[in-house]
Design a protein around this ligand. Structure first.
Ligand code: NDP
Length: 335
């Protein structure tokens, strides 16, 4: 896997700093009508609380700690985030080949070294109706809950890719990380000259097919309906590429391998019920994802799919609640 995102930390530090700074200078926080003299700073009040212990959250912690904001990072159930599941990362600057778990351990160490506080807790609810913001966090180990307060918050909770739920996909006998992937930009490099399939008919499937076509020998797009959902302008170009083949009305029934790697997918045409084996080296899932934002419902503006709506400088609809930058999105949108 290759890491496909990076934080623009300076933006965060400046944005968090500007927000907190307004309070500490005892000026009115315009949106809230509050000033620092109205608030009680106790041991449970943090200048910056980062929600999420993946690369985005930890990088935010490094920048904020270096800028002397003494952040608290609530790392959630999966310290290091989804990247810890990756067996090999090939594009982290300075690391030619490193496991996701090792890389995240190093980044976590780095965050601690800069002075960030990291707690093995998860956020169960937030209350952004008054400043300082209130968060309820639960210990991963004991399940005990406690209340904390934050002058600023960074939301780095990530999103969870959707899976098919077919045999051979995940679990002990599954090939996730050994041929099954949810990120072409991350893992495509391992399929140079090989045969891959992408499941999905949305914009991600199209964009990832375009990317994979520059690496793989053959790219099969498996669409369950008889038409694409994708509206992306690059669709026409991608579909005329000589090594891209589309299979409409096609569903994956099982992902099969030799115990080490994927060898083929059992597919079925849902119109004719014809079953066949598609020889592949890799299967990419592009069937959507769901963001980890359920506990922000009613607190910050999200779209109908739960994605946070951002304003200028990564600001959410609440002053001082920010989201880190994901370069992947920018990269994909430019293709
Ligand atoms: P989408 O939800 O748009 O598309 C998901 C696709 O996966 C659909 O074709 C859907 O099929 C299919 N699918 C879902 N579940 C299954 C399943 N169990 N088996 C087989 N197929 C399945 O997700 P995307 O990730 O493509 O896009 C998410 C958002 O991001 C969209 O708004 C998109 O426009 C945007 N985006 C924009 C890009 C750009 O360059 N502008 C690039 C990438 C994404 P069906 O149609 O039958 O429901």
């Amino acid at each position: 896997m290759a890491v496909n995102f990076k934080l623009i930390g300076t933006t965060l530090v400046l944005a968090v700093g500007a927000f907190i700074g307004r309070g500490w200078r005892k000026e009115k926080v315009s949106a809230m009508g509050l000033s620092a003299k109205d608030i009680v700073i106790d041991k449970d009040t943090y200048s910056g609380v980062i929600i999420g212990g993946g690369p985005a959250g930890l990088t935010s912690a490094i920048y904020l700690a270096q800028a002397q904001y003494k952040p608290l990072l609530v790392e959630g159930k999966t310290p290091g985030g989804a990247l810890t599941q990756s067996h090999a990362v090939h594009n982290w600057p300075g690391e030619k080949n490193i496991s996701g778990a090792k890389l995240m351990e190093q980044i976590r160490d780095h965050a601690l070294h800069t002075g960030a506080k990291i707690e093995s807790e998860e956020v169960v609810s937030v209350d952004f109706s008054a400043w300082p913001y209130k968060l309820t966090v639960k210990s991963i180990l004991s399940g005990k809950e406690r209340g904390i307060k934050a002058l600023a918050c960074i939301v780095a909770t990530g999103s969870i890719p959707n899976f098919l739920g077919v045999p051979g996909e995940r679990g002990d006998d599954g090939y996730f990380g050994r041929g099954v992937s949810t990120c072409a930009v991350c893992d495509g490099i391992f399929y140079r000259g090989k045969i891959v399939a992408i499941v999905g008919g949305g914009d991600s499937a199209i964009v990832e097919a375009g990317y994979l076509s520059s690496l793989a020998k053959e790219v099969h797009i498996l669409v369950r309906k008889e038409a694409f959902r994708a509206a992306n302008g690059v669709k026409d170009r991608v579909l005329t590429l000589p090594n891209v083949k589309v299979h409409f009305n096609t569903e994956v029934q099982e992902i099969v391998g030799d115990g080490k790697k994927v060898t083929h997918a059992k597919i079925v045409n849902n119109k004719t019920n014809e079953e066949s084996d598609l020889p592949i080296d890799g299967l990419f899932l592009a069937i959507g994802s769901h963001p980890n934002t359920a506990f922000f419902a009613g607190q910050i503006e999200c779209d109908q799919n739960g994605y946070i709506i951002l304003k200028k400088d990564q600001q959410t609809s609440k002053d001082g609640v920010l989201q880190p930058v994901m370069l992947q999105t920018q990269f994909i949108n430019r293709r």
